[in-house]
Design a protein. Structure first.
Length: 210
């Protein structure tokens, strides 16, 4: 008789009130961020548009909260040809073909700024597991069906796994990220979120690669 893999039990350490507070904080901070950083948005948009190398905004379908698909937004720093053959774990552009502006935006994670709109809209949170494409979710779940636990959280702009596991360019790293994200689910709190945000800001300012 065929056995069906069962999910490992996992408890969300945030209660209803904490999750509601987290969402309110996300909305307020995303709105303030969009307003305060709007001059940077305009400058980046103008400079990318001036390059004439393609569309300014990159959009891609990801799977988020409760397994629902949504469209994630970034400033485009790579050509449309990067994933012509098949999806890659991490987009690995030929830096010799990238402009200095595009390299700068990626190095300092400024290409992620449009995701503040995703946070405001409710697709994402400031802290949570990075959203993945269905193609790779299927691959991961072949190895570990516990990935479904990730759907209990809104995906985030940053996470412990993002900071300490880096870009997931191998299946081994994707599974390690999964286990770190489940650990976050079981231990998350508003205070932990604040620490992760502070660590992320420090990493960006200090030039740490992640």
């Amino acid at each position: 008789m065929e056995q069906v893999a069962c999910l490992t039990y996992s408890h969300d350490s945030m209660n209803v009130a904490e999750r509601a507070t987290k969402r309110v904080a996300d909305v307020i901070c995303a709105f303030v961020g969009l307003v305060v950083l709007s001059p940077i948005f305009l400058v980046v948009y103008f400079l990318l548009k001036k390059q004439g190398t393609g569309s300014v905004i990159f959009s891609q379908e990801r799977i988020g909260y409760r397994g629902q698909p949504f469209v994630i937004y970034k400033f485009r720093t790579m050509s449309n040809e990067d994933e012509d053959n098949c999806p890659k774990l991490v987009a690995a552009p030929d830096v010799t073909k990238m402009t200095k502006l595009e390299c700068f935006l990626r190095r300092h994670h400024l290409d992620e700024l449009p995701q503040l709109y995703n946070v405001l809209k409710g697709n994402m949170s400031f802290v949570g597991p990075r959203p993945e494409r269905q193609y790779f979710i299927d691959k991961i779940m072949e190895e570990d069906p516990d990935y479904e636990l990730i759907f209990e959280m809104r995906p985030g702009l940053t996470s412990e796994a993002t900071l300490y596991n880096g870009y997931t360019d191998t299946m081994e790293k994707m599974l390690k990220r999964l286990h770190m994200d489940i650990h976050y689910l079981e231990n998350r709190s508003l205070l932990l979120d604040i620490h992760i945000v502070i660590d992320t800001i420090y990493a960006i300012v200090s030039g740490k690669k992640f």
